[in-house]
Design a protein around this ligand. Structure first.
Ligand SMILES: Nc1ncnc2c1ncn2[C@@H]1O[C@H](COP(=O)(O)OP(=O)(O)O)[C@@H](O)[C@H]1O
Ligand SMILES: [Mg+2]
Length: 364
């Protein structure tokens, strides 16, 4: 798998694209633009600001003070924040899903709320509701837990469709309407919904049409042995997951840094050839004999968004086919559906995506 692992701007290949392809700032060695005729050679777009990139690299380091490993997930969550997109997070209990989200919020000075999605949770428990205030003899709106920056929706499959729908509506519209009055949600607002891959008993799987609304689906693996030993070593040394400050985790960026980074991401250039490549990858899924459902045009636009954010994080002002490849698995894996026969034969969504990426010609 080719999921992104963030390289801080100070070191490593992220700061310097492979020689011969392009230089930071988006110009070729000969001074020409790498991204085709749509850019104005007189005023090349500025590359990512080093200050913003290193602030976000700092977030990575802070999260690492509490969470061991899971680098790819941390990077992907940063990409989601840069795109204001929602995330499905799959993993068995106890692989630090909650710790990861809380640490990310702390490092970014963002508000976070966690909701356990139980079978008896009501829509108003998520969005908020009107409550009667005896003092003023009036109804007033009491905000639900969606009024936050990073909402951890734990085990979203355990709640019935009506409550899932209230969350999905808030995700889509970035506002809550109760009693006809729209109330905007904070900025940023990103939902991280967890799913347990094992328990299907007594759950309500999200319909395909709803899965498409999540920008990314991340799969948190079990740690490697040495990582797990490090987790235990930290516990032995007194690490308390409820006390992130005590673990030395400091806020190193905030909503304003994210907003400025987001503005830069929206200026990252994409050539017609790279757009064509992203489209070809998505179209190829629609013709795969193993799939009953391929990636929709909405999924293709999602791939463009995540590839752009990844290009920016990698220090470039333009998207390469490799950026598209790097984000294909987390962006597309939940947007395709295997045929039952293929599933029985042991075909997986990841395998289909690998085949597609290997077969679609890459523009040069
Ligand atoms: N990769 C890891 N890094 C640090 N601690 C971990 C890691 N994986 C598990 N843990 C430990 O296990 C605990 C359970 O994690 P939690 O975030 O509650 O898991 P989940 O939400 O996935 O069920 C954490 O508080 C932490 O002590
Ligand atoms: Mg948890």
């Amino acid at each position: 798998m080719t999921e992104p692992v963030y390289t801080p701007p100070e070191a490593g290949p992220g700061s310097e694209p492979p020689s011969g392809t392009a230089r930071p700032g988006g110009t070729q060695a000969d001074g020409s633009r790498p991204d085709g005729p749509q850019t104005d050679p007189a005023s090349p777009p500025p590359g990512p600001s080093p200050g913003l990139r290193s602030a976000l690299a700092g977030v990575r380091a802070e999260v690492g003070k509490s969470v061991v490993g899971q680098d790819s997930a941390v990077t992907s969550l940063l990409i989601a924040l840069l795109c204001q997109g929602h995330v499905l997070l799959e993993g068995v209990p106890g692989v630090a899903k909650t710790l990861l989200v809380r640490s990310l919020a702390a490092a970014l000075s963002l508000d976070t709320k966690r909701v356990q999605f139980t079978p008896d949770l009501m829509p108003g428990d998520v969005t908020g509701s009107l409550v009667y205030d005896a003092n003023s003899a009036r109804f007033s709106f009491r905000e639900g837990p969606v009024f936050t920056n990073l909402m951890l929706a734990d085990e979203i499959n355990r709640t019935p469709p009506k409550t899932q729908a209230s969350l999905l509506e808030a995700m889509e519209e970035r506002q809550v309407s109760v009693d006809g009055t729209p109330r905007p949600l904070p900025d940023p607002f990103v939902v991280i919904a967890t799913q347990n891959p094992v328990e299907y008993e007594g759950t309500y799987p999200l319909p395909e049409a709803q899965l498409d609304r999540f920008l990314l689906k991340l799969v948190l693996p079990l740690p490697e042995r040495d990582e797990e030993v490090e987790v235990l070593a930290r516990h032995a040394a007194g690490f308390d997951p409820r006390d992130l400050r005590g673990a030395g985790l400091e806020p190193v960026a905030d909503a304003d840094v994210l907003a400025r980074a987001r503005a830069e991401v929206s200026r990252v250039q994409v050539s017609r050839e790279v757009l064509g490549y992203a489209v070809d990858v998505c179209r190829a899924t629609r013709y795969s004999p193993s799939l009953s459902l391929g990636v929709s045009p909405r999924g293709a636009t999602a791939l463009l968004r995540t590839a752009r954010a990844w290009a920016w994080l990698s220090g470039r002002s333009f998207v390469t086919p490799d950026d598209v490849k790097a984000l294909a698995h987390p962006t597309l894996r939940h947007r395709i559906q295997l045929r039952a026969e293929a599933e029985l034969e042991g075909v997986t969504a990841e395998g289909v995506l690998d085949t597609v990426l290997a077969s679609v010609p890459v523009p040069r």
